[in-house]
Design a protein around this ligand. Structure first.
Ligand SMILES: [Ca+2]
Length: 252
């Protein structure tokens, strides 16, 4: 009976340690909850930001995808013009950094691109978006290069959503997205690289607590935040096991 009580106590201790540790994760989140983006910042050289129809760069985080737009001059479209479109083999890049209202576990992004082939408004090189995250806005860590399907087609003007799933979650206060211009199908005016990338909206999706935390790129300094939660759980488990062993020994 004594042994049974001891073992029950151990089990309870173990459970409560787990509960304490996982309590750090137990925030009310759902798989696709929208995330409040406080601001957006552009960075890049040889790229001009050209918001259309009275828009501003902030139009990309106003919650309106402008899904029915079929003309690049429309309100809601923000164009990014590559000033090196005639330089073969030069794949100019630019970044958009999103500042979140608070540190949030992020599992993905949706980027609404505006495509207008006939006006040389296409998609990023290799349909790839480089994603990074940060907790302080200074040190950025890789989430990965993410690709999506789609193509800018002749005579087709449309908004296309690119759904990007990180394959895990990162605790972030900042998310940075980087785009490059790729080879174009054009020879007009010698613009062999796409001249424009267009967008109407960017949103982030909160990760479910059941999602696996992302393991950081081994070439980078380990991330803070996400990792520390799992360290807490492991530490709590080891501590609980230690207590259990000593209680069992004492009762022998
Ligand atoms: Ca918008």
């Amino acid at each position: 009976m004594k042994k049974f009580i001891s073992l029950s106590t151990c089990a309870l201790l173990l459970l409560s340690c787990f509960a304490m540790a996982s309590g750090l994760l137990a925030r009310p989140v759902s798989a696709a909850a929208p995330v409040t983006i406080q601001s957006i910042e552009f960075s890049g050289t040889d790229v001009d930001v050209l918001p259309q129809g009275g828009s501003t760069l902030n139009s990309l985080i106003d919650g309106n995808k402008a899904s029915n737009v079929t003309s690049f001059g429309s309100e809601g479209v923000v164009l990014f013009m590559n000033k090196k479109a005639t330089s073969a083999g030069v794949y100019t890049e630019f970044s958009l950094t999103l500042k979140l209202a608070e540190e949030t576990s992020i599992g993905g992004a949706v980027i609404s691109f505006y495509k207008e082939y006939n006006s040389m408004i296409g998609l990023p090189k290799d349909n790839t978006v480089k994603v990074e995250y940060s907790t302080d806005g200074t040190a950025f860590f890789p989430v990965g290069d993410h690709t999506f399907t789609g193509e800018a087609l002749k005579d087709t003007n449309e908004v296309q959503d690119a759904d990007i799933t990180f394959g895990g979650v990162v605790n972030a206060s900042f998310i940075r997205l980087t785009f490059a211009y790729g080879d174009s199908p054009f020879t007009t005016d010698n613009k062999v690289i796409w001249e424009f990338i267009g967008m109407t909206e960017i949103s982030l999706t909160e990760g479910a607590i059941t999602s696996e935390p992302l393991t950081s790129d081994t070439s980078q300094t380990p991330s803070t935040g996400t990792g520390s939660i799992w360290v807490s759980i492991v530490a709590a488990t080891i501590a609980a096991a230690g207590i259990a062993v000593s209680v069992i020994r004492r009762n022998k």
